[in-house]
Design a protein around this ligand. Structure first.
Ligand code: TXA
Ligand code: MG
Length: 324
């Protein structure tokens, strides 16, 4: 776990224009000084991410919002007050402090206050904003432990702050708060139901982001093994069939079938609690990759609460790959 001296060292690394991987309550981020265009450019390079794909600016508290965004609507302030620190990202009009490199050239900026003590200590020691995407190679599974970060990025990151495993396990919910009627651009750690309860009105979910990146493939959050979605009651039979055909099958066994005998290379028992499922999701995908699976069979949970974000990530992980 990160000590005070690690926090100071990480803040110094950011000030020097270098990169720090740090824990948040959702996933680990790959951070750079948000106001340093060259450092931000290196984030894209290390991740292998197209420069038009914008980053999230992490800040220490909601009072700093006016430094980073302009014309912040009252609804955005309400959401910030209720959910920060926490797994909510607000898309707002870009403040002048934010370089265009961080927003992929957009006039809007994504901002959040993360709900992790180590991230907040780092933000406080550093003093500025930290631009950070998830600390994985572009398109692959987000890291939820410091070991995942090291496995993804190795020596290309200058310092890794270890804050233990992430509590939430899926990324933040992104809300477009630029207009009077906010909408969800990416479901995540704050549920649509919780947002609606505060806003007092239904909230549309645009599960494919409005930010269209030319040439971007739908596959994202993807393990090396091919991921195929099947109906829960067919998982056991489909696994057996594929295994007989010579595939190395990994199975996400739905809670309703817990304890069933499955002929497969590796089996992960999906937790019945959505919070536990979200926390474990990316670790399960990595585990099945590590155990040598070439095919993963999973089914979608009910799309309520955190189930909406889990289903979104599974669909994206099952999306067509560049080579296909
Ligand atoms: O939980 C999280 O959000 C994690 C932790 C590290 O904070 N971060 C994360 O970042 O997931 P990343 O870069 O992997 O995903 C950020 C998403 C991207 O899909 C990007 O398109 C979207 O945020 N985004 C960023 N700025 C945006 C903007 N101005 N308008 C619309 N979408 C934006
Ligand atoms: Mg990401």
């Amino acid at each position: 776990m990160a000590r005070a001296s690690d926090i100071d060292k990480a803040a110094g690394v950011l000030r020097a224009g270098d990169l720090v991987a740090f824990p948040t309550e959702t996933v680990y981020g790959l951070g750079a000084n948000a106001e340093d265009s060259a450092a931000v450019a290196r984030v894209f390079q290390v991740k292998g991410r197209p420069p038009s794909h914008p980053l999230i600016v992490h800040i220490g508290d909601a009072q700093q919002l006016n430094d980073w965004a302009e014309d912040v609507p009252a609804t955005a302030r309400l959401l910030a007050e209720r959910f920060w620190p926490g797994p909510l990202t607000l898309v707002l009009r870009r403040g002048r402090r934010v370089p265009l490199e961080a927003t992929g050239g957009l006039e809007t900026v994504a901002v959040r206050v993360p709900g992790h003590p180590v991230a907040l200590a780092l933000l406080s020691a550093f003093g500025g904003g930290i631009a950070a995407p998830s600390a994985n190679r572009f398109g692959s599974v987000s890291p939820t432990t410091a070991d995942h970060v090291r496995a993804e990025l190795g020596d290309t990151v200058d310092f890794v702050l270890d804050g233990g495993p992430c509590e939430v396990g899926v990324e933040s919910t992104i809300v477009d708060a630029t207009s009077a009627t906010p909408s969800v651009l990416r479901p995540g750690g704050v549920t649509r139901e919780d947002l609606q309860a505060i806003l007092g009105c239904p909230l549309a979910v645009h599960s494919t982001s409005r930010v269209r990146v030319p040439g971007q493939h739908p596959s994202h959050y993807a393990p090396r093994a091919r991921l195929v979605l099947v109906e829960p009651e067919k998982v056991v039979a489909e696994a057996e069939l594929a295994q007989e055909r010579g595939r190395q099958v990994g199975v996400f066994l739905p809670p309703a079938f817990a304890g069933a005998a499955v002929k497969a290379h590796a089996v992960v028992a999906v937790p019945a609690s959505m919070a536990a499922y979200a926390r474990g999701l990316y670790g399960f995908l990595r585990e099945l990759d590590q155990r040598g699976c070439d095919l993963i069979l999973a089914s979608l949970p009910t799309e309520e609460g955190l189930g909406l974000a889990i289903a979104n990530r599974l669909r994206r992980a099952a999306g067509p790959r560049p080579a296909e």
